[in-house]
Design a protein. Sequence first.
Length: 148
Amino acid sequence: MNHFEVFNETDENIDLEEEKKIIDFALKHENLTNVEFNVIFVDSETIKNINKEYRNIDRVTDVISFALEDGEENINFEFGRLLGDIYICVDKMKQQAEEYGHSLLREQGFLTVHGLLHLLGYDHMTKEDEEVMFKKQELILDDYGLKR
């Protein structure tokens, strides 16, 4: 059984029930069982501070994932795999939804799935890795009904 928590640390109204549905769908889509992680919605200042402290980049970003599994090995506990945390910046989420001309829920889903794939070891540092990761996240979002 998967276990995840979703936290909204902002004053913004986030549809947390829909967030949980997106996460459940993505986990089933990827045939994941017995994983544990958190999704935390934060404001621009918070994510900028996290980005500066942990990545040495002094700017606001849209999503940061802290994967506990680093490399090829999974971290298995009695309950399953402990994946880590996903931080999503609500301000950037709103800005990007408008900028890309799609719904706020579509952007929320995109950032959630993107962050989850990072927790699972996917990356986009090379063109080949980017193609694999972005194809997978688009497939999940399309199958859920959050098409561009």
